[in-house]
Design a protein around this ligand. Sequence first.
Ligand code: 13P
Length: 260
Amino acid sequence: MRTLLIVGNWKMNKTASEAATFVRQLNQHLPGNSTGIELVIAPPFTALESVRQVLGPTSPIQLGAQDMFWEDHGAYTGEVSAPMLKDLGCRYVIIGHSERRTLFGEQSDGIQKKVRAALKHGLRPILCIGESLIQRDNGSTDDVLTQQLHDSLSGLTGKAMAEVTVAYEPIWAIGTGKSATTEQAVAAHRTIRRVLGAVASSAIADGMRILYGGSVTPQNIESLLASDQVDGALIGGACLQVESFATIAKVASAARPIGV
Ligand code: 13P
């Protein structure tokens, strides 16, 4: 059974001090450390250290970053590397988010390099893929997802693939309040798992987590997690308030009790 993974992508929100206050409050809203799910928060780079300080060494909440560069160090003004994120206690890193692709011109070759660099340094990549509304309307969703997966993951060993989490984030659902239906998410996740099976093996694909992202809320998380094809969620807007993020985490814990 794949353990559910709930990731809060804060995007460009919260200063370091706001982040510390948020995490102190979040700790009070979450049940002990036996939630049976994995919980990750991905603050901006500037808040990683303050979040880490508040979480402390034994927190069940893990740290993630929202992006990274593929080189380890050097003359790359403004960039942050995998060793830097590891040193700050990050376990996960989001790669290829559609905002990075559309607003900052990220291309598939760079995304592939980032995935490889993350794996090399023991960071778990959360690879984001998803189609635009035009692509969905013209029936090319499966082709787009297939291409994005091949572009980013081809050539990885099975062992490396097993460390990757894929987040299906249809662009039309991000920040729009218009989530994919459970049926749409499940269909996309089945396609993704089939392609992962072809790139690696079906045994490896079966063990990999596929998250859904795009207007996830405390109201719709239960129905999204009702399918065993949906292994968790990548959450934007709804992770910025303590109560809504904590509610999502609680619903997810109840969705897949430990040992089931
Ligand atoms: P929203 O939950 O705000 O739609 O954002 C989703 C997202 O982009 C998470 O990475």
